[in-house]
Design a protein around this ligand. Structure first.
Ligand SMILES: Nc1ncnc2c1ncn2[C@@H]1O[C@H](COP(=O)(O)OP(=O)(O)OP(=O)(O)O)[C@@H](O)[C@H]1O
Length: 656
């Protein structure tokens, strides 16, 4: 495949040409055109500037003053500490203790150096060394202990990081799976979900960054305390030397992150497109419909956009870091000059001045960590707050309705039950009153958008009606425990999962699975898949995912058969199939409908289908039209009724 960065790749396909060479950003101009230009045609439009969920944070970063950062960073640290505490208290305590010990180590080391230096600066170095060695030994031990505690803290962080990351991720995934379906319909849900996902992904570095940042503070405080105790003036001198470095670091970090945020939407969209361009699923369509030229141009434009913005950031970054380093150099020079002046004036000994220089080096390193990791934590904090906001939002939208646990229903009743999707003015289903009885096979028919899927979501308790009520026998689904309702449901949805699991799990998924394979083979046999599954390299153990090494792929129709097998394996009291045979061959379709009939006596069966020949086998047909029940009766009676919608649709189907 041609890499998006392959400079020799043709810009468009000449054979069918997109026309002129697409306009590409300046970063790529000047390349030789590899193919002759065909006649001018309209240029392909460049991908639009999409603003992703980064927008919110870009504004936050733009507005980030020192005060704002100082306000947010402690919150991010507190959130990190809360997460760490919740996943592994021992490791959290280990890190805390190590931080304090490492600060203590620095203080002891600096004090010992201050003690040793005057002894070493006598006229007789040998005698000085003999006197100074205990203090020097203390300094070395303190230094070693400081390093030891740092290594221990590092180990504890490494144990904590993956736990924090997987806990955050699990919480998010679990919430998605437990949320009411209506949560997905709230405006901006996907954006917020993605921002929260970024928060969960960043959680992997949280403990590490928080540790480095807090260690910076501890070191700085230790150095400052020792310096103040040596000479009160030294604290001011230290601040003079570190403040310009700190300010420069903050400005540089802001430039860095602004560049990062300005490219976030392009990188996100490019990442998504990359999947589309490289997946086998779309490889046929991409080639046969000669989409490569435009898609290549599109992808390259995105690469250029990212590249261009990153290059734009390089120059200001250089100037700011140069300025900060020069100022820091000047102030350090100033600090040395002040120390020299103090020594010359006799208000400070040379030894203390030497200690001040050592301490200022320690403080400088600590400040670098604070600035660097402060900016990182600030940025983490933005996404972390998205994560916690999303958890709170979706947590309040989980399917916790009531405690009633309905038994296998003999009847399902719609009592003036209707449904309007959030943000819509017209109901997808106007209030209807209907009854579905055990032993009956009901077919739902209607044109696209008539409300069939909405009706079956209400029937199975996936969504609650926004008007009226749905009863399973005497239980109003609004008062029932959703999981208890779904235990009686077997659903073949329009879009079913091609689960990257073994064939066996693809059939037993969601069921308490016995060690027996007989029921699995029985379900596979009912949908005509038993022979095919037997021929797979590892039978029921075969992984059904071509993208995974050793995995096998099924055809579209075979996947649908497997989804039907999954629903039949459950032997549910309420069996609902939404266009279960749209991709199946005639034999598969016939077999599924024959099985539905065989299984019908023990359950309520509802089938949505556009294949009207199959509707014959239903005991009752409900025809929906624009969210209303238009007709109801047996297939034969409806087809023979003058002006019936079913008769019209059936005639159209025959006329193909
Ligand atoms: N999640 C949703 N949010 C908003 N509107 C929706 C949603 N799902 C469906 N609708 C709208 O509700 C109406 C009924 O949709 P529904 O999916 O129930 O139709 P359908 O009869 O199953 O159609 P099809 O035969 O195409 O599957 C349509 O106008 C559709 O646009």
């Amino acid at each position: 495949m041609t890499s998006p960065h392959d400079k020799t790749a043709p810009v468009v396909d000449a054979a069918h040409g997109l026309g002129e060479r697409p306009s590409v950003p300046a970063a790529r101009t000047g390349q030789p055109l590899p193919l002759p230009l065909p006649l001018p045609q309209p240029q392909p439009t460049a991908p639009p500037e999409l603003d992703y969920n980064g927008r919110k944070h870009r504004r936050a970063m733009d507005n980030a003053s020192l005060a704002e950062m100082a306000r947010r960073i402690p919150r991010a640290l507190a959130q990190t500490a809360r997460l760490a505490w919740s996943v592994d208290r021992r490791m959290a305590i280990t890190i805390l203790v190590c931080q304090l010990l490492s600060g203590l180590g620095t203080a002891v080391m600096l004090t010992a150096v201050a003690e040793a230096l005057p002894l070493l600066t006598t006229h007789d170095p040998r005698a000085g060394l003999a006197q100074a060695w205990p203090a020097l030994a203390v300094a070395v031990v303190a230094l070693a202990a400081g390093s030891g505690t740092w290594i221990l803290a590092d180990w504890a962080t490494r144990r904590l990081n993956p736990k924090i990351a997987s806990t955050a991720d699990l919480a998010l995934v679990d919430l998605h799976m437990r949320a009411e379906l209506s949560a997905y319909d709230t405006p901006g849900f996907t954006d917020r979900s993605q921002a929260a996902e970024i928060g969960a992904m960043r959680a992997v570095d949280l403990a590490d960054d928080a540790k480095t940042l807090t260690n910076g503070f501890v070191q700085l405080v230790s150095a400052a305390t020792v310096l103040t105790s040596l000479h009160p003036l030294l604290l001011g001198v230290l601040l003079l030397s570190v403040v310009p470095r700190g300010l420069g670091g903050v400005v540089a970090a802001r430039i860095d992150y602004r560049v990062h945020d300005r490219t976030i939407s392009a990188r996100n969209v490019r990442g998504m497109m990359r999947w589309w361009l490289t997946t086998a699923e779309l490889a046929d369509e991409l080639r046969a419909n000669t989409m490569r030229g435009y898609l290549h141009f599109w992808y390259r434009t995105m690469c250029d956009r990212v590249e261009g913005r990153e290059l734009e950031g390089a120059r200001p970054y250089l100037w700011v870091t140069l300025l900060a380093a020069s100022l820091a150099g000047l102030f350090t020079l100033g600090m040395w000059a002040s120390l020299a002046a103090l020594v010359l004036a006799g208000t400070m000994t040379t030894a203390i001045a030497g200690t001040a220089i050592v301490a200022s080096q320690t403080a400088g390193r600590a400040l670098n960590s604070i600035v660097r990791y402060g900016a990182v934590m600030f940025h983490h904090g933005l996404y972390l707050s998205d994560y916690f906001d999303f958890i709170a939002e979706v947590g309040s939208m989980t399917a916790s309705r009531g405690s009633a646990r309905p038994r296998t229903p003999k009847q399902i009743r719609f009592e003036a039950a209707g449904f309007t999707y959030a943000g819509k003015d017209t109901p997808a289903l106007h209030p209807v009153s209907l009854t579905f009885s055990r032993g009956e096979v009901v077919a739902l028919v209607g044109e696209n958008g008539a409300g069939k899927s909405t009706l079956i979501r209400m029937l199975t308790g996936l969504t609650l009606p926004t008007e009226g009520a749905v009863y399973w026998d005497d239980t109003d689904l609004a008062t029932a425990d959703a999981e208890a309702v779904w235990q009686h449901v077997g659903l073949v949805p329009q879009k079913n999962g091609h689960w990257p699991l073994a064939a066996r799990e693809n059939i037993t998924l969601g069921q308490p699975h016995s060690h027996e394979d007989a029921p699995v083979w029985d379900a596979a046999g009912r949908v005509g898949m038993a022979d095919h599954l037997r021929e797979l390299p590892d039978g029921l153990d075969t992984l059904l995912a071509r993208s995974v090494w050793g995995g096998q792929e099924l055809s579209g129709g075979q996947w649908q058969r497997l989804a039907c097998a999954r629903a039949m394996y459950r032997r549910p009291a309420v069996l609902v199939l939404d266009e279960p045979t749209s991709e199946m061959d005639a034999r598969g379709e016939h077999q599924i409908f024959r099985e539905l009939h065989t299984m019908a006596p023990d359950r309520i069966t509802v089938v949505v289908t556009h294949r009207l020949d199959n509707v014959r086998m239903a005991d009752r047909v409900i025809v929906l039209d624009q969210g209303r029940i238009r007709e109801e009766g047996t297939f034969d009676s409806l087809v023979q009724t003058e002006g019936s919608l079913l008769a019209e649709l059936y005639a159209l189907a025959q006329d193909r």
